[in-house]
Design a protein around this ligand. Structure first.
Ligand SMILES: Cc1cc2nc3c(=O)[nH]c(=O)nc-3n(C[C@H](O)[C@H](O)[C@H](O)COP(=O)(O)OP(=O)(O)OC[C@H]3O[C@@H](n4cnc5c(N)ncnc54)[C@H](O)[C@@H]3O)c2cc1C
Length: 393
């Protein structure tokens, strides 16, 4: 016997996509339940993305979860691009009519959304399965933390359960997958030291890509391009700092990388992935459940935010007014932005990373692109507009 309950929208996953969707729906007066496989501490501490597009910041503020972001987020009006040992600053605000990026950890967004949650949010659920979404009686079956089996009847199901979730698998036969796996990965570290630069530095060097970023005035985030099968074991803290210094070295010696204790490190493979369509009857995939981008463009969480903004609006129109047009257009609307972000992320990745086989022709193309981006208004604006985030439709 399982406990049977009902809600309007059943949401699988309490990452940024699921939590924001729940928040927007609750504000619109639509009942929803969020189900999460992990416990609260785990999701609040999971370190991932940290660069928010301007439209993401605008959405979080508009729906009332922007106060800590405004206090603690670091607004950056520029970004540094480095190649051949020289740095070039792109003034994002000047190139985009006033927009910027904001550095604010994904886990902080998650904490803010959990704190703002008033509706049901169940952590540590297991054996989650979805069915009935081809008709008009979708159901989510799952087991509660205390072991009780439950069945949640819904009008709509939102699959916000990330790349390794179960909802995309439930429609595996009906999706077309587009995928590219890159021949490198990112070794990422968090270090307890003030950032050595006020703005992010994307660096192309002969030894591979490096990124200097930050999480707060006291914590620096750094990345190195490494081979795809690299394990973290071979990377002592000393080796990481030495390699970062080699790659981020500037010709005129005018900049120095400050080091400090490393308290988190890991290797993340890089891939582009899109599952189309994002709607299957009454099941809607959103965020990483439907698409993955390589982190070079800093688009992953921002795309998740756009998906659920579109989905919340469409679900409200359907459930409150019987207007299905938004739901009908959901997949196409989201995929247009997803593919723009895929292209941008692929472009940034190809411009900055060394292919495993050194290819002198490719190197010259990369340099040529970087010269164009850093020396012409058109090139700079193309990068800046995509980086700060094109307006939500
Ligand atoms: C290691 C790593 C580093 C990253 N770094 C960056 C970065 O630097 N910049 C950037 O822009 N993006 C980055 N990303 C991508 C970004 O974090 C994601 O795009 C973002 O998390 C997407 O949010 P989401 O809510 O769609 O999915 P997720 O954040 O993955 O949330 C999905 C949620 O669903 C839960 N879940 C999974 N299965 C089930 C189930 N069966 N039942 C219930 N719940 C389930 C998961 O526990 C999770 O809480 C990174 C991703 C990873 C994995």
């Amino acid at each position: 016997m399982s406990v049977r309950e009902r809600t309007q929208v059943g949401i699988v996953g309490a990452g940024p996509a699921g939590l924001l969707l729940g928040h927007l729906l609750t504000q619109a007066g639509i009942d929803n339940v969020v189900l999460e496989a992990r416990d609260r501490a785990y999701v609040e501490q999971r370190v991932r993305a940290g660069v928010l597009e301007q439209p993401t910041v605008d959405v979080l503020r508009a729906c009332g979860v922007g106060s800590r972001l405004d206090l603690e987020g670091l607004r950056h009006t520029g970004v540094e691009l480095q190649f051949d040992g020289g740095r070039h600053r792109l003034a994002l605000d000047e190139l985009t009519g006033g927009d910027a990026i904001t550095v604010y950890g994904q886990q902080e967004v998650v904490k803010d959304l959990i704190a703002a949650r008033t509706g049901p949010l169940e952590f540590s659920v297991s054996d989650v399965a979805v069915d009935g979404f081809d008709g008009d009686a979708p159901t989510i079956r799952y087991v509660r933390e205390d072991g009780e089996a439950a069945a949640l009847a819904c009008d709509l199901i939102a699959g916000c359960d990330g790349f390794h979730g179960i909802t995309r698998g439930a429609v595996a036969d009906a999706i077309t997958v587009f995928e590219r796996v890159y021949p490198f990965a990112w070794l990422g570290v968090l270090a307890q030291v003030a950032p050595s630069s006020e703005e992010l530095i994307y660096c192309r060097s002969e030894r591979g890509f490096a990124l200097h970023s930050m999480r707060s005035p006291e914590v620096t985030r750094l990345y190195l391009q490494v081979p795809p099968d690299e394990t973290i074991d071979g990377w002592s803290d000393d080796r990481i700092w030495t390699e970062l210094r080699e790659r981020l070295h500037v010709r005129d010696g005018s900049w120095e990388l400050q080091d400090g204790p490393i308290f988190d490190k890991g290797v993340t493979p890089m891939r582009s992935f899109v599952a189309e369509p994002m709607r299957h009857g009454r099941l809607f995939l959103a965020g990483d459940a439907a698409h993955i981008v390589p982190p070079t463009g800093a688009k992953g969480m921002n795309l998740a935010v756009h998906d659920v903004v579109v989905l919340a609006r469409a679900a409200e129109a359907f459930l409150a007014r019987g207007d299905a047009s938004g739901l009908d257009g959901y997949s196409e609307t989201c995929l247009r932005r997803v593919w723009r972000a895929q292209h941008f992320s692929w472009w940034m990745t190809s411009m900055f990373h060394n292919p495993p086989e050194q290819d002198p022709f490719e190197s010259q193309l990369q340099r040529s692109q970087l010269h164009w981006v850093t020396s012409t208004r058109t090139g700079g604006a193309a990068l800046a507009e995509n980086y700060v985030g094109l307006p939500h439709g």
